[in-house]
Design a protein around this ligand. Structure first.
Ligand SMILES: *Cc1c(COP(=O)(O)O)cnc(C)c1O
Length: 386
């Protein structure tokens, strides 16, 4: 199998970057658990690899695969999603620059830009990404360099128009970055809608089994990719060989997992919508969701994430989150097993007191691929009798 990008997505997910091992015939590319590589003579490398911070064959497999899945030119793999984010921010920004980002991005993204980069003179404005006029008003001519979009967003599953935001960002000379973690490339291709860079926490759906941390960047522009690759090498936030291998293994089943995540989540969203204890279900697959039409156009499925607002406020939300058995109370998402999260004190605790604060009656579900009848029974048992 070669790296032909002529194949369709489901084939690429299994084969891109993954030729069999030429010496043994091993179908699966090995875990190259090595830090360094013997040289033929000084500076004359055997296979292009010199030291594993700069490159490792197992990481190369994942990087080739990520680029193929997003339909982009350059893929880069990192130790975590935030390591990937930090790298692309540094590749673009200089002190004094300004970032425009969604007002409901992942809390850690806001923390990274606001606290870490903020200390180096980077300013930011958070804005409602579905309001194009507000986004345009937030752009400071000559100073804003990045438009950071996350769609669907976390935890309220807001849908932003990638094509419209990319056109707007480009009119003002901004680099448009899309965090595609929630949809995964199985459901959404931001580069095809005009974005410049795709960011992933591969920890979530790409890895898919809650057993590895990782991050990815996919970049089309050669010069920007070269800068990011230099930072990856010079600062060293790289994906380790075993982590890269686990992520590659997870990606093989991405499409079938996303289908089941999506059908389970839709069934649960419809079921819970009717429950009197629940004020609102946030799921883009529901026709009532404000981003439903856009999601139907921009995505090829609605994904496995949904959030619930409880009529009974924080107490009802907390009791529910702590009462389930199959839905385990934990941070993170995107694994085959179902998880429940209480954003205001867990994933989004870092944004309390900011504009990104999440209401305390919200519970987020990462719907796994278990039998949906068992999941619904677990949810029902944790809700007050209807
Ligand atoms: C988890 C997450 C991140 C951060 O990724 P890590 O792998 O935890 O560093 C970034 N964006 C989104 C949308 C996430 O869910």
């Amino acid at each position: 199998m070669t790296d032909s990008t002529a194949h369709n997505f489901d084939t690429l997910a299994i084969h891109a970057g993954q030729a069999f091992d030429p010496t043994t015939g091993a179908v699966i590319p090995p875990i190259y658990q090595t830090s360094t590589y013997v040289q033929n003579s000084i500076g004359n490398l055997k296979g292009g690899y010199e030291y594993s911070r700069g490159g490792n064959p197992t990481r190369t497999v994942l990087e080739t695969l990520l680029a193929a899945l997003e339909g982009g030119k350059h893929g880069l793999a990192f130790a975590s999603g935030l390591a990937a984010e930090d790298t692309i921010l540094r590749a673009i920004l200089a002190p004094g620059d300004h970032v425009v980002l969604g007002n409901d991005v992942y809390g850690g993204t806001h923390r990274l830009i606001n606290k870490i980069h903020g200390a180096w003179g980077i300013r930011n404005t958070t804005v409602e990404m579905s309001d194009l006029a507000a986004v345009e008003a937030a752009i400071i001519p000559g100073e804003s360099k990045i438009l950071w979009v996350e769609t669907p967003s976390n935890p309220l599953m807001k849908i932003s128009d990638i094509a419209a935001l990319s056109a707007l960002g480009h009119r003002h000379g901004l680099v448009v970055i899309v965090d595609n973690t929630f949809a995964s490339p199985a459901l959404q291709h931001p580069l095809a809608h005009g974005a410049d860079v795709v960011v992933h926490s591969t920890t979530k759906y790409l890895g898919g089994h809650s057993d590895v941390l990782g991050g990815g960047l996919v970049i089309n522009d050669d010069e920007l990719a070269e800068k990011a690759t230099f930072i990856q090498f010079a600062a060293g936030p790289v994906a380790a060989p075993l982590d890269a291998w686990l992520t590659v293994r997870g990606i093989k089943t991405l499409s079938v997992r996303m289908e089941r995540h999506s059908s389970n989540a839709l069934a649960i969203a419809k079921h819970l919508q009717a429950h009197p204890a629940i004020e609102r279900v946030y799921y883009p697959g529901l026709p009532e969701h404000p981003g439903h039409e856009l999601a139907a156009k921009q995505m090829s499925g609605f994904g496995g994430m949904l959030s619930l607002a409880f009529r009974g406020g924080a107490a009802a939300a907390r009791t529910f989150a702590e009462s389930m058995h199959l839905f385990q109370l934990a941070e993170s998402l995107g694994g085959v097993e179902s998880l429940v999260n209480y954003p205001s004190e867990m994933t989004h605790a870092s944004v309390r007191g900011t504009e990104l604060e999440v209401a305390d009656n919200i519970v987020r579900l990462s719907v796994g691929i278990e039998d949906v009848r068992d999941l619904i029974a677990d949810l029902d048992a944790a809700l007050p009798a209807a």
